[in-house]
Design a protein around this ligand. Structure first.
Ligand SMILES: Nc1ncnc2c1ncn2[C@@H]1O[C@H](COP(=O)(O)OP(=O)(O)OP(=O)(O)O)[C@@H](O)[C@H]1O
Ligand SMILES: [Mg+2]
Length: 266
């Protein structure tokens, strides 16, 4: 299997104040084709910043990024805007914690699922777009796809909305799906269903997944490999079963000790 993404020495700092603030330091990630990697760590440890940089969504003015994010022979930190845009939402897509804020409340579900096809594949006509959107909605477990296609976000439950987000992220058949706390706003049963759905997508389509979560149990169920972050740095990484059963880093030990019982799903 090949390497699909190679991040080296990623460094992110904010320049909002007099003193620059480093939020990610020396971040490295070599993602294999079809691999699922978890990122865990306390709030503010730099998980989202790293993920947003990889997704090409960190484009603020008062911000400095250095290092390399190699994808398909391009460095996403230095390539031109057109190249970056051609990957965003098509080859590399991202889903977030709260689907209600990521979905547009006034647009129909069908429109939102099709949007990236519309942007990236203008050659695909309206009829074919709709066909693919309905297939995708079914593939994420929304069986009533023909009706859901015409609904608005408020007509769906939180779990259904997260499935819609996943459908929208997956319609271009991305090589990499980045999921930043995709289950945090959902109840436990629905969380498990979303994790199963991500597993299914990974198995059937070979999509590589970066899964960010505070829930170490979900991470151990889904991810073969895990990265532990603290204060912008990777403090430990390795096979999930090893890291969670036999952590070498003091911070990882604390993180695990804070969980009442963790199920190392093998
Ligand atoms: N606009 C900003 N200016 C300066 N610092 C910021 C800004 N936005 C975020 N940060 C800082 O970046 C650091 C990393 O934040 P990040 O969102 O990546 O954390 P996280 O690991 O995703 O946390 P959480 O688990 O709460 O989502 C934090 O210390 C945060 O305060
Ligand atoms: Mg975050």
């Amino acid at each position: 299997m090949g390497i699909i993404l190679d991040v080296t020495d990623l460094h992110i700092e904010f320049h909002d104040h007099d003193e620059p603030e480093t939020v990610v330091e020396d971040f490295d990630l070599m993602l294999e084709e079809g691999e699922i990697v978890g990122i865990v760590g306390e709030s503010g440890s730099g998980k989202s910043m790293s993920a947003l940089a990889i997704a090409g969504l960190l484009n603020r003015h008062a911000l400095k990024k250095t290092g390399r994010i190699m994808f398909n022979g391009d460095d996403l930190l230095t390539c031109d805007r057109a190249t970056l845009r051609s990957y965003q939402g098509d080859e590399i897509s991202m889903i977030f914690q709260e689907p209600m804020t990521s979905l547009n409340p006034v647009k129909r579900i069908g429109w939102q699922v099709e949007e990236s096809l519309f942007i990236h594949h203008p050659d695909i006509d309206k009829k074919e777009r709709k066909k693919r959107a309905i297939e995708m909605l079914k593939a994420v477990g929304l069986n009533d796809a023909e009706n859901i296609y015409y609904m608005h976000p408020h007509e769906l439950s939180g779990g259904m909305r997260q499935r819609v987000m996943i459908a929208a992220a997956m319609i271009g058949n991305p090589k990499i799906l980045i999921a930043d706390e995709p289950t945090t706003a959902l109840d436990v049963t629905v969380q498990a269903q979303i994790v199963e759905l991500l597993k299914k997508i990974n198995k059937e389509r070979g999509t590589s997944i970066i899964f960010i979560s505070h829930d170490l149990s979900l991470v151990s169920q889904l991810c073969e490999r895990v990265i532990v972050m603290q204060k912008g740095n990777i403090v430990e990484s390795g096979k999930t079963s090893r890291v969670f059963s036999n952590p070498t880093n003091t911070y990882t030990k604390k993180l695990i000790a804070a969980i009442p019982k963790i199920d190392i799903g093998e």
